[in-house]
Every structure is written in C-alpha cells, then in structure tokens.
Design a protein around this ligand. Structure first.
Ligand code: FAD
Length: 401
C-alpha cells in the first residue's frame, strides 16, 4: 500500500477531530462525517491530564483553550461519610513541573468547539447529518468508501472509524457485537457556582463509598462545578446508553453522604444518566483501508479519566505514522504502539472501580488505608504509578508540524 492523501473520518467527537486536525495540518485532505445535525458536545466536564495536553499543545490549541480551563490544586480521594482524606496528591504547579504540562479541567463543549474551529481553519470538510452505515473497499482503485445511511458515499485512501462505542466501522470490520454493560451507571451534571450553598475545594475530588463514588471538580475558571455520581447496578433496562436522569433519585442515592456531596447535589436541577459500557480487547484495530481509534476500539470505564486522553493520543500517533510510512506499515506501527497502552489503562480504570467502591468490605477499607499510608510516608510510590500515565508523551521527538 502507498501514501495517504485523502482521509474520511466517521465521527466528529474529540478523537475524530484530533485526528482530522493532525492530518490536515500535514496537508492531507480530510472529510469528517458526523451523524449529529450540528457540531457540539453534551454538557459535562473532562479532566485533561498532561499526557493529553502535550498533544493539544502540539496541535497549537493550548493558548486558545487556556481561557476556558480550571487548574485543580490536588487530586483527592475522600471518605464518603467522614470526609477523611485517603489521598491528597499535588496537581497545579507541581504536576506541571513533574510532567511537563498542566492538569486541566475543561468543559467538553469548550474543547470540542476549539477543535472544530481549528479543523475548519485548516480546511477540514465537515459533513453533518451524515450517519455512517458501513464501508466498502475497492482494492483495484486503492480506495475505501464510507457508506452513509442516506445512500451517499465518501471515497478516500483511508477511513478512520472514530464513531464511538457503538461504532458501525468496528461492527463491519469485526462483526456485530453489542458493548458489555459494566454494571455501573453514572449521573453527570454541571452546576453554576452561584446556585451552590456550600464551598467546594479546588481539587479533583473522588468521594468513595460502598458500591458508589462521587467525583466533583470545577470548570471554566471556577464558574461551575462538574459532578459524576457512579452507582453499581446489576442491570440496565433501557436500550439507550444515555438518557435524562431523575435528579430526585440521585439526591436520594447520596442523601446520607458527606455534606460536600449531598449539599452539592441538592443544587442540581438536571442530570444525564449513562450506562457505563466496555468491550473486550479487539483482535485488531485495522483491516485493509479502515482503522479505528478512541472509544470505537478501546472504550474504558472513566475511573482513570483517560478515555478522551487516549482518543487524543491515538489521533496524533496515527497521523504521525501516516506522515512517515506507507499505509500498511503506518497502520501496523499505530496498533503496535497504541494497543498496549490503551489496554493497560482500560485495566487500571477497571481496577479503580474496586478501590472506589470499597469492594471486599473491611478489605476494601484496608486498601484505602494502605493508600493513605503510602501517600503520607512514600508519596513517590503514588506519583510513580501515575508517571507512566501522565508523564507519557506521544509528541516527544516528533513535532508533526
Ligand atoms: C461519566 C464519564 C466521565 C468521563 N470523564 C472523562 C475525563 O474526565 N477525561 C477523559 O479523558 N475521558 C473521560 N471520559 C471518556 C470520554 O468521554 C470518551 O472516552 C471520549 O469521549 C471518546 O472520544 P471518541 O471521539 O472516541 O468518541 P465519542 O466522544 O463517543 O465521539 C463519537 C462521535 O461519533 C459520532 N457518531 C457515532 N456514531 C456515528 C455514526 N454511525 N455515523 C457518524 N457519526 C457517528 C457521535 O455523534 C460522536 O460525535 C468520561 C466518560 C464518561 C462516560
């Protein structure tokens, strides 16, 4: 196979847009087909760790994004009832010095908008109301065609499936298989600070309790607070993976938690409820002229806050190899470099469910106490666990532009 001059991408999420921008900046012609009628993201926050920020920096977006961010001072794990700290690990300036980039909180809509505008500026063609149904390849012409539900086709040298956890591109490549419900649901919401009756600390805070946890952090320079409330459930009856949540049910579920949680939730006027789904490791990430990235190939529980970060890294690495190697070699190198990392972080995210939900009763509590002791007496042990995640730099020695 040969060089790639034109790429079609299914899905204008964070992963699809990062790949589009990295490719277009290198002179590749890019078309992005998005099912939604308009570009945008649901109202919720994202923790953008230094590893992802290094990519956004290389893409030239750091300064534009900096006006929307909140810089947390600590990553904290606290007890759901007493508020006791099991972990308080520095972020802010210390994380920036250690990892070479800051740790940011961003509203998804802000990140998405900055990415979309940057894509448009470098000539990426955005096609909306464009729902991917599958693809076909013409080996003689060395072309792949993205097939839309409405019958339109978009030809290119390469198709990128960035169409999320229910990817149609993955389905055609590897067969029909629904994502697996991971036994957890998440309520998400954003509350303006002006509506709060309580002070929230400027930390990325995980409140841990039996069978549940609660995450809170500021967004937009401290103007609002994002929350994610996760609860274990044995089943998910709805066909949808995301729906309007019942705020009263959320309030009841966390009513006996520490006031910083229960009072915060009292100010919520609306919420979305998500089923948390996953997939087993895929046997391959590409076939012929189609390749997957982000949640389309490695969806993960959000308990390391790394799903979007992995999609961002994927887009950059794919663009890097496509700019340096012939297509088949590039796809091989992309999978070889990304799969071990994404799989490892999928596993770490899953393991955090046990810690955050105090699995094992007394044993669960003991693990948290051990974490507390480690944080106090050998803080480097905690940080070195995160070094491999946050210290990673896919742009190192590889400025694409
Ligand atoms: C509760 C929760 C909290 C999270 N918090 C964090 C966090 O703090 N930090 C972090 O890094 N990650 C976090 N994540 C994970 C992150 O949201 C995802 O991993 C990330 O959005 C994946 O990006 P993506 O572009 O691969 O897929 P998506 O964001 O799912 O985007 C896919 C895009 O494709 C479009 N699409 C879908 N099907 C089609 C089709 N057939 N045709 C055309 N278009 C299609 C969709 O409309 C969408 O625009 C969290 C996730 C959850 C559930």
């Amino acid at each position: 196979m040969d060089q790639v001059n034109r790429v079609v991408i299914a899905g204008a999420g964070i992963g699809g847009l990062c790949a589009a921008l990295a490719l277009a900046k290198q002179g590749v012609e890019v078309v992005v087909c998005e099912q939604a009628a308009r570009l945008g993201e649901v109202g919720a926050g994202l923790q953008i760790s230094p590893n992802a920020l290094k990519v956004l920096r290389q893409l030239g977006l750091e300064s534009e994004l900096s006006q929307f961010v909140f810089n947390p001072q600590y990553a904290a794990i606290r007890d759901y009832k007493t508020g006791e700290y099991y972990l308080k690990s520095p972020l802010g300036k210390q994380a920036e010095a250690r990892y070479g980039a800051p740790y940011w909180h961003l509203h998804r809509a802000d990140l998405h908008q900055v990415l979309a505008e940057a894509c448009t500026q470098v000539g990426v063609e955005m096609v909306l109301n464009a729902t991917a149904a599958g693809y076909r390849e013409n080996t003689e012409l060395k072309q792949v065609y993205l097939l839309l539900e409405d019958g339109r086709e978009f030809g290119a040298d390469l198709l990128i499936g960035a169409d999320g956890i229910r990817s149609k591109i993955r389905e055609q490549m590897l067969g029909q298989e629904r994502p697996t419900f991971m036994g957890q649901v998440a309520w998400r919401g954003v509350i303006p600070v002006s509506d709060l009756n309580i002070d929230i600390k400027p930390d990325a805070c995980v409140w841990v309790g039996p069978g549940r946890h609660f995450v809170s952090y500021y967004l937009r320079g401290g103007d609002c607070v994002n929350f994610v409330a996760v609860e274990e459930r044995s089943d998910w009856l709805s066909e949808s993976w995301r729906e309007e949540g019942d705020v009263e049910e959320l309030k009841r579920a966390f009513a006996d938690w520490h006031p910083e949680v229960s009072e915060l939730i009292k100010s919520a006027s609306s919420t979305f409820l998500w089923a948390l789904n996953g997939r087993a490791e895929l046997p391959m990430w590409s076939k012929g002229r189609a390749v997957l990235l982000g949640d389309a190939c490695h969806p993960m529980l959000p308990f390391m806050a790394q799903g979007a970060a992995m999609a961002i890294e994927d887009g950059y690495v794919l663009a890097k190899y496509l700019s340096r190697c012939a297509l088949d070699d590039a796809l091989l190198k992309y999978e070889q470099s990304r799969k071990p990392r994404a799989t490892k972080i999928q596993q770490m995210s899953k393991a955090n469910a046990g810690l955050y939900h105090m699995h094992g009763g007394g044993l669960g509590k003991m693990k948290l106490k051990a974490l507390q002791a480690a944080g106090r007496f050998v803080p480097n042990v905690i940080q070195s666990k995160l070094d491999a995640v946050y210290g990673y730099d896919v742009t190192k020695g590889c400025s694409l532009f």
